[in-house]
Design a protein. Structure first.
Length: 109
């Protein structure tokens, strides 16, 4: 993934996501960890947005698989992108590995 993320460093989203920091617990170590990943958050969001665009829509699980990232990372960044208005629920659903239906996220037109 390292090579892939550098490929998209210059990619601009249609609008800037609103979150400027990662969530953290009220401890000094948690706050320090959150502050240390702020730069990476926007990189991960750009890569997720780009993959959703080039694949014509992906579920959260598909994002996890394509990018080899954790569910927590994928779902949090997808939420950020949705709140920023740059992705949307397409209305389409696909089955996950567990057999449940999942939202297919698409790029906002």
């Amino acid at each position: 993934m390292r090579g892939q993320t550098t490929l998209f460093n210059g990619l601009d989203l249609p609008c800037k996501p609103s979150r400027q920091s990662a969530p953290y617990a009220p401890t000094d170590t948690s706050q320090a960890a959150a502050e240390s990943i702020v730069r990476d958050l926007s990189k991960v969001k750009r890569v997720i947005w780009h993959h959703i665009r080039i694949w014509g829509g992906l579920t959260c699980e598909e994002v996890e698989i394509h990018l080899a990232i954790s569910h927590q990372t994928a779902s949090a960044r997808i939420r950020d992108l949705r709140l920023a208005g740059v992705i949307r629920d397409t209305g389409e659903r696909r089955k996950t590995k567990s057999g449940r239906q999942a939202i297919v996220w698409g790029i906002t037109q």
